[in-house]
Structure formats: C-alpha cells, structure tokens
Design a protein around this ligand. Structure first.
Ligand SMILES: Cc1ncc(COP(=O)(O)O)c(C=O)c1O
Length: 372
C-alpha cells in the first residue's frame, strides 16, 4: 500500500476565528455558572426497599427524580454543556439544539437559560405534553417531528441557525467523566458503602443513549473493589438493544419507537457500548407499567415508565439470586417522576388505546416481594 492508495485527506476545516479574550472570558463565566449550579445541588438519595419474600436480597433505588430538572438527565445535560464550552462549540449567543424524548431537553433548557442561550428541542411526535410544557416554561422552543426524523431535523436546525447540535445519542458516553466528578456511579457506590452488601451483585438501568450504562460499566472495571458487580440493561418492547447485545449486529433497525419514554431505541445508538453491559433483559411494557403502580403503593408517589422497566429487571435478578441461594444487593434507578406522564402511562384511556393492562402485574409483584 503506497500513499497514492490512501483516500484523499479531507481538507482541514477552516479554523474558526481564534478565540478572542472576550470569548474566553465568557466561557470562563459560563463554566463558573455551571459550577455554582452544581454547588447548589444536593446529591440524590439512595432508597432501600425491603423484600420480605426474598430474604438475603436487598434492593436499592437511586432516586434521580429529585434533581432540579426532575430526571437523571440533569447530570448528562451538565456534562454536555461543559464539553461544548471547553471545545469551543458553545459561544455567547449560540443556539443550542437537541434531539430528545423530552427528559434531556428539559435539563438542557434549564442550563441554556442559566447561560442565556436560545434552546431548541426536537422531540418525537407523541412526546408527553407535560414535558413540552416544561421545556417551554424554561424558555425553550419545541419542534415535533416523526420519531426517526429527530436526529436529522436537529442537525439541520443547528446548521440553519449557526447553532450547536448537542447530539446526546452520540456524545453521552464520551462527555460523562466516568472516573468521578460526581457521576452517577461514584454517587451510588459511595452511598452503598455502609450497607450489609456494599458491593452490589447487579446494577440495573435502562438505556436511551446508553450513557448511564456505559458510565457504570466503566466504573466497575476502573475500581477493582467492584469487580464482582454486573451491569444489566432493562429493555422495553420495540427496542433493538436486546437483539444487538445478543447478536452484535449494529445495523439492526426497529419498526417503531418505544412506548416507555426515555428508554428503548429503534436503532443502535453510538453511546450504547455493548462490551460494558453484562446482560440485557427484555421487559414487556404492561409489566413495566404494573411495576410503577406497585411502587406507588410502596413509596407513595408516582414515577416514570423507565423506572418500572428497571424494577422488573431488578426483581427478576433478585428472584434468580434467591432461587440460587445467593444473598446480596441489587441497585436500580428511579429515573424521573410520574407527573410528566399524567396524559400517557398514568392515563386509563391511553392504556386502553395501547391495549395495555398493568393491574395483574402490579398484583404479581406484591406477591413476589411481600410488600405493596
Ligand atoms: C426517563 C429516562 N429514563 C432513562 C433514560 C436512559 O438513560 P441513558 O440515556 O443514559 O441511557 C432516559 C434517557 O433519556 C430517560 O429519559
């Protein structure tokens, strides 16, 4: 192979105007503003759920719904802004654009407002109205497009407005500091340190971008103390992650989007790192929606659907451990609150339209756990 066989090098991108002192000062202030926001934020709680029917197994819920913007995406949005700022992608007045099922967009709208930047959320048609209202309340603009079109539409809008496309699906796994900086792994493992089983057998999360599972998968490899901890992904209907994890075919495409907002994707997302996930557990949507009704009876408040998917997978692993005579702890996430989904998963007519009956699954969990 000679140089002449190599494909021609792409012409180097014209160098943006050298960063002016004013620009550097603005970036410095912006980063200080984000650091101050972090300093004002308390860490999220870790709830312990006793399971009388599964003695020896402790279940924990990391409650990410208590973030200022109501979901686990608060951490990702902070990281995406810091990454955009230090790389010169975000400048004073830059329009921020994101493709999102709503949670990330709410968190990004919050940070955009903190930095006085215009924000555009490109969301799939059918996104919960309450989420869109929250984005608008935070000063964001919402653009609705058919599900599969959110990526291209977001990139186009950013180009047309000379803005910056945050692209969570590509960047989630790279913008999060997996070694620390209060990432979700550092936080939950520190909170487990005084528990009877401080090294969890399993940590169970859903996957939208895949960023959360990647951060956890890297952490348990980076910290030898957690070598025994396995990472499982709970996958709803209409998602390709399960088949991709099994077969490794990244070109697989699903027929439609997921009904459990925030998780399950009709394509393999760049931030879903297959090698960092030990098991993917498919969970039927009716079971996920039964689980959140069971949890409402246990903790007295409503959560989002992805938490139900997490719970089903976590309890299936707890039952498997119990059946094998193992003891230990299983940790999963409350990803967001249920108030956002009053018009969808918590609405009887929406359930009827979707042909979903969660009631028998809520009852099953009550018997299987001994509470609720
Ligand atoms: C409510 C909810 N749960 C879970 C997730 C999954 O998180 P990740 O994107 O880190 O895979 C998302 C992602 O958007 C979400 O919105």
């Amino acid at each position: 192979m000679t140089d002449s066989d190599l494909p021609p090098r792409p012409a180097p991108a014209p160098r943006a105007t050298p960063p002016s002192d004013a620009h550097r000062a603005w970036v410095g202030d912006a980063i200080a503003t984000i650091a101050a926001e972090l300093n004002r934020s308390a860490d999220t709680h870790l709830l312990r759920l006793p399971l009388p029917a599964l003695p020896g197994i402790d279940l924990y819920l990391k409650d990410e719904s208590t973030h200022p913007t109501g979901s686990l995406k608060h951490r990702l949005a902070r990281s995406l802004f810091l990454y955009g700022l230090v790389n010169g992608h975000i400048r004073e007045g830059t329009t921020i654009v994101e493709a999102s099922s709503g949670s990330t967009a709410i968190s990004e709208a919050y940070f955009a407002r903190l930095l006085a930047l215009p924000f555009v959320a490109v969301a799939p048609e059918g996104t919960a109205a309450r989420k869109l209202e929250q984005i608008a309340l935070l000063g964001g603009e919402c653009v609705l497009v058919p599900g599969a079109g959110i990526y291209a539409a977001a990139a186009r809008i950013a180009r047309e407005r000379g803005g910056h496309y945050m692209d969570q699906f590509t960047n989630a796994e790279r913008v999060t500091d997996w070694r620390g900086n209060n990432n979700i792994a550092e936080s939950l493992f520190a909170q487990m340190s005084r528990e009877p089983h401080p090294v969890p057998a399993w940590v169970v999360v859903g996957a939208g971008t895949g960023g959360t599972s990647a951060t956890l998968g890297r952490w348990v490899r980076y910290r030898p103390r957690y070598a025994a901890t396995r990472i499982a992904v709970a996958d709803p209907e209409f998602s390709v992650f399960h088949a991709y994890h099994r077969d490794g075919d990244a070109s697989i495409v699903g027929a439609r989007g997921s009904r459990i907002e925030g998780i399950g994707r009709p394509r393999v997302e760049p931030s879903f790192v297959r090698e960092l996930v030990d098991e993917v557990i498919p969970v039927p949507d009716a079971q996920s929606l039964g689980a959140i009704r069971w949890l409402e009876r246990v903790i007295g408040r409503r959560v989002g659907g992805s938490t139900g998917t997490n719970l089903c997978a976590a309890l299936a692993l707890a039952q498997r451990m119990h059946a094998r005579g193992e003891s230990g702890s299983v940790v999963t996430l409350i990803c967001d609150g249920g108030e956002r989904y009053a018009d969808t998963i918590w609405d009887a007519s929406w359930l009827a339209r979707e042909g979903l009956d969660p009631a028998p699954h809520a009852a099953h969990l009550r018997d299987a756990t001994g509470i609720g």
